[in-house]
Design a protein around this ligand. Structure first.
Ligand SMILES: NC(=O)c1ccc[n+]([C@@H]2O[C@H](COP(=O)([O-])OP(=O)(O)OC[C@H]3O[C@@H](n4cnc5c(N)ncnc54)[C@H](OP(=O)(O)O)[C@@H]3O)[C@@H](O)[C@H]2O)c1
Length: 220
């Protein structure tokens, strides 16, 4: 039975990924800031990804457990609607910490766990809003933190390739969650099932790609 670890799994897209992989017969290890409140029907470990010691503590809990898919899903969009003049730079720093630094810290801590598995995939939930070629405007903190994630994962791709690990960056679509809002384009099931198909089809040759939930490539 393959094993997946999903961060930020208590609500939104992460929670739907838990359902999708559980339904497919996988062992699912979720992480959440408050596992008791999450009420998930799977193993759930406590982790605030912003905690600098969180990744090391997670590694201690997992010991040598093989992780077929490590899915860094937890994320924040703290500067929605914030103007440049009204920029809260503390929120920008927090965005960088949660969206860019934390996923790499978790991935780095769990390299051997993923390398010990059969599938060997590290998935990272990014966003189309990170795409430079779309000539973006506004949302400085969110866009730059996800763009930083994209660059960091591109670097990571080289560092893990000799272990046979494939990385993938994913845009989930504009999804009806707390973050996406009720006017978003698609529901969580469409997003999670679509991204799951992309991850299921991952291979070393595709490592380092940036894909939409529907499998199309996203321009950097
Ligand atoms: N929804 C969209 O349209 C959309 C579009 C593009 C990309 N994304 C990305 O997709 C991912 C999931 O988004 P979503 O729509 O499901 O958002 P969401 O409904 O707001 O859920 C965010 C999840 O991340 C967790 N999280 C945030 N900060 C955390 C921290 N410091 N430590 C641990 N967990 C933390 C939250 O946990 P708490 O409940 O503890 O806060 C929650 O489980 C994010 O990376 C987001 O940037 C979403």
């Amino acid at each position: 039975m393959p094993t997946i670890l999903i961060t930020g799994a208590n609500r939104g897209i992460g929670r739907e990924l838990v359902s999708a992989y559980s339904a497919d017969g996988w062992r699912v290890i979720a992480t959440a800031r408050d596992p008791a409140a999450a009420g998930l029907d799977c193993e759930c470990l406590e982790m605030d990804v912003a905690d600098p010691n969180g990744a090391a503590a997670l590694k201690d809990s997992l010991a040598d457990t093989a992780i077929d898919v490590l899915w860094n899903n937890a994320g924040v969009y703290l500067d929605k609607g914030m103007s440049l003049a009204g920029m809260d730079y503390d929120l920008w720093a927090e965005s960088m910490l949660v969206n860019a630094l934390a996923p790499i810290r978790v991935a780095s801590a769990l390299i051997e766990n993923v390398a010990a598995s059969e599938r060997k995939v590290m998935a990272f939930t990014s966003s189309m809003m990170a795409s430079l070629s779309r000539r973006p405007a506004g949302s400085y903190a969110y866009r730059s933190s996800k763009a930083a994630l994209n660059m960091a994962v591109t670097c990571l791709t080289h560092d893990v390739q000799d272990k046979g690990i494939a990385t993938v960056l994913l845009h989930p679509g504009w999804v009806r969650t707390d973050m996406g809002g009720e006017n978003a384009d698609i529901d969580v099931t469409t997003s999670a099932m679509g991204m799951k198909r992309v991850v299921d089809a991952m291979s070393p040759e595709k490592s380092g790609g940036f894909f939409n939930y529907d499998g199309t490539e996203i321009p950097w």
